[in-house]
Design a binder for this molecule. Structure first.
Ligand code: OSB
Ligand code: MG
Length: 371
């Protein structure tokens, strides 16, 4: 049985090296909720991927704090978990709030693996010691500024670039990028910004893109299925895939031919692995998305992306692309092969700077879990 003695929550603000702008807003500081679970002298860590506001999803750092404190902790008190995979059933009575659940599940996976001295990626059946990296570049004020950003990241060795797009910031941008970089692996992410019938959509096929990510509303599987039938560029879903159930529906409908997996968005690592397996059975490639995580969340993403069907480059970039000083150590660095090496240590393989966390946290809370 997993020894669950105490759970702690920490909210900390980490300034981003560069503001990150998408079709739903801009982040300059990453407000992060970290979760630790302690037992038998070990501590496991998880990061909640919710943002400060309900823009990417309805969850926020505040709602996740509330759901963990008032609903997940009471369920966890005195709970008998043999394995982290038993956690989703324990919290199933709570509807929704996948990011809050995922953060606690992540801390339990880390604790479980640390107690066994086992790296997490091996525990879940990972098959590689480095994962393919890619970089996601936010919306910029002008095309010259965007080209400078692409130049910078291509120069650093990123083998794949993802551009944020929206109506009015799409075709002319792609023309300019393709003119300077005819060969790079390129993909676009609209974060739900288009309406069906937008004249830019068929134009995406001119640019040799790896995929187009989440063009339409997050609830709209049908329009994605229609688009997927007419576009030769693969359609990939991000925001729409909130659970294994939803992934099965999307694949059944033909709404996508690629899935971006984010463990937080789908309710945890167990669900993420389930979606990976489901896609694999159907010959659908997956890749790991990112949520501007600290090293805690990034380490979990790296572990997840060692699974065999993570066959496209991931939104897993080096630490210095996000933060000057991460809360977890050591930082992640890009290799000359355009990959991020998988840490070797037990659990997620990184250590959290607990002293700094206690010193700088905007809010903390501690809960005993023994009955
Ligand atoms: O849509 O993939 C997205 C960041 C925050 C919210 C949503 C998204 C993103 C990214 C960044 O694209 C990926 C990363 O962490 O590098
Ligand atoms: Mg996305």
């Amino acid at each position: 049985m997993i020894p669950l003695e105490a759970l702690e929550l920490f909210v900390i603000d980490l300034p981003l090296v560069h503001p990150f702008r998408t079709s739903f807003g801009e982040e300059r500081v990453r407000r992060v909720l970290l979760v630790s679970v302690a037992g038998e002298g070990a501590v496991g860590w998880g990061e909640c991927v919710a943002s400060s506001g309900p823009w990417y999803s309805y969850e926020t750092v505040g709602t996740a704090f509330h759901v963990i404190r008032d609903f997940i902790v009471p369920l966890l008190r005195g709970a008998r978990l043999e394995h982290p995979r038993d956690f989703p059933a324990l919290v199933a009575p709570i509807r929704g709030h996948p990011m809050a659940k995922a953060a606690v599940e992540a801390a339990i996976w880390d604790l479980f693996c640390r107690l066994r001295g086992m790296p997490l990626w091996k525990e879940i059946g990972g098959v590689r010691e480095e994962v393919l990296s890619g970089v996601s570049i936010g919306l910029q004020d002008s095309i010259p500024e965007l080209l400078a950003r692409v130049r910078e990241f291509v120069g650093r060795g990123y083998p794949r670039v993802k551009l944020k797009v929206k109506p009015g910031w799409d075709i002319s941008v792609l023309e300019a990028v393709r003119e300077e970089f005819p060969e790079i692996e390129l993909q676009v992410d609209a974060n739900c910004a288009y309406r069906p019938g937008d004249p830019a959509l068929p134009e995406f096929d001119r640019f040799g893109l790896l995929l187009v990510e989440q063009p339409f509303h997050y609830e709209d599987l049908l329009e994605h299925a229609r688009l997927a039938r007419t576009l030769s560029t693969p359609v990939c879903l991000d925001e729409s895939i909130t659970s294994p159930h939803r992934a099965r529906e999307a694949l059944e409908l033909g709404a996508c031919s690629v899935i971006n997996i984010k463990q937080g968005r789908v309710g945890g690592l167990t669900a993420a692995v389930e979606i990976h397996d489901l896609a694999r059975e159907r010959g659908i490639p997956v890749w790991c998305g990112g949520m501007l995580e600290t090293g805690v969340g990034r380490a979990l993403n790296v572990a997840l992306a060692t699974l065999p069907n993570f066959s496209l480059p991931n939104d897993i970039s080096a630490t210095d692309r996000y933060f000057r000083e991460d809360i977890a150590h050591p930082p992640f660095a890009l290799t000359s092969r355009g990959t991020i090496p998988v840490p070797e240590g037990p659990g997620i393989g990184v250590e959290v700077d607990g002293e700094r966390l206690r010193r700088e946290a905007a809010a903390t809370a501690r809960f005993g879990l023994r009955r």
